[in-house]
Design a protein around this ligand. Structure first.
Ligand code: HEC
Length: 156
C-alpha cells in the first residue's frame, strides 16, 4: 500500500465520521426546535385525559328568570322552595294556588298534619315570603259573597 492510498482512506473515514455527526446534529436539533414550539407534543397521557372531560348539564339551570326544572320564578328563596316543596307533588300545584301569608301557613300546617310534610323550621318564613312575593293572590275575578243582607218579609 502506498502513502497516497492510505491518506485517501483516512480522509474518507474522517468524512464519514463528520457526516454521521452532522446527521445526529440535524436530528436532535430538529427535535429540539419542534419540542420548543409544541411543548405538549410528547405528553401523550395528559392529552387523553383532557379529552375525556365532558361538561355536566346543570339541573338547576335558570333561563329567562325561570328555574327550568320546576318552572318556578328565580327569586330569593327559590332553592329552599325547590328543595322542600317539589318532592311530593309538582311545583304547578304550588304556583296555581295563590294565597296570602296566612293561607300558606295554614296549607303547610295541613300538609304537616295529614301529608307527612316535615317541620320546615326557619325555612318556613323564607318559603312563605317567596310564595307571597312571587305568587300573590290574584285580584278577585268575582264579586265577594254578599254579607249583611237585610232581608225583608214578603207581606200579603
Ligand atoms: C311530604 C310531602 C309533601 C311536601 C314536601 C309538600 N307537600 Fe304540598 N301537598 C302534599 C300532598 C300529599 C298534597 C295533596 C295533593 C293532592 O290533593 O293531590 C299537597 C297539596 C298541596 C297544595 C294544594 C292544597 C289544596 O288545598 O289543594 C299546595 C298549595 C301545596 N301542597 C303546597 C306545598 C308547599 C308550598 C310545599 C313546601 C313547603 C309543599 N306543598 C310540600 C304533600 C307534600
Amino acid at each position: 500500500m502506498n502513502k497516497e492510498s492510505t491518506f485517501r482512506k483516512q480522509v474518507r473515514r474522517i468524512y464519514h465520521l463528520l457526516m454521521v455527526l452532522f446527521g445526529l446534529f440535524v436530528v436532535t436539533g430538529g427535535s429540539l426546535i419542534y419540542y420548543v414550539n409544541n411543548p405538549g407534543a410528547f405528553d401523550f397521557k395528559a392529552k387523553s385525559e383532557i379529552a375525556s372531560i365532558t361538561p355536566v348539564e346543570d339541573e338547576d339551570r335558570i333561563e329567562n328568570g325561570i328555574h327550568v326544572r320546576t318552572g318556578l320564578i328565580d327569586s330569593e328563596g327559590l332553592m329552599v322552595v325547590v328543595n322542600n316543596c317539589t318532592n311530593c307533588h309538582s311545583a304547578k300545584l304550588v304556583t296555581q294556588n295563590r294565597m296570602t301569608k296566612e293561607g300558606w301557613n295554614t296549607t303547610i300546617k295541613w300538609m304537616q298534619e295529614t301529608q307527612n310534610l316535615w317541620d320546615l323550621g326557619g325555612n318556613q318564613e323564607i318559603i312563605v315570603n317567596y310564595l307571597v312575593t312571587n305568587y300573590p293572590p290574584k285580584a278577585k275575578g268575582r264579586r265577594m259573597t254578599l254579607t249583611d243582607i237585610e232581608w225583608y218579609e214578603l207581606e200579603d
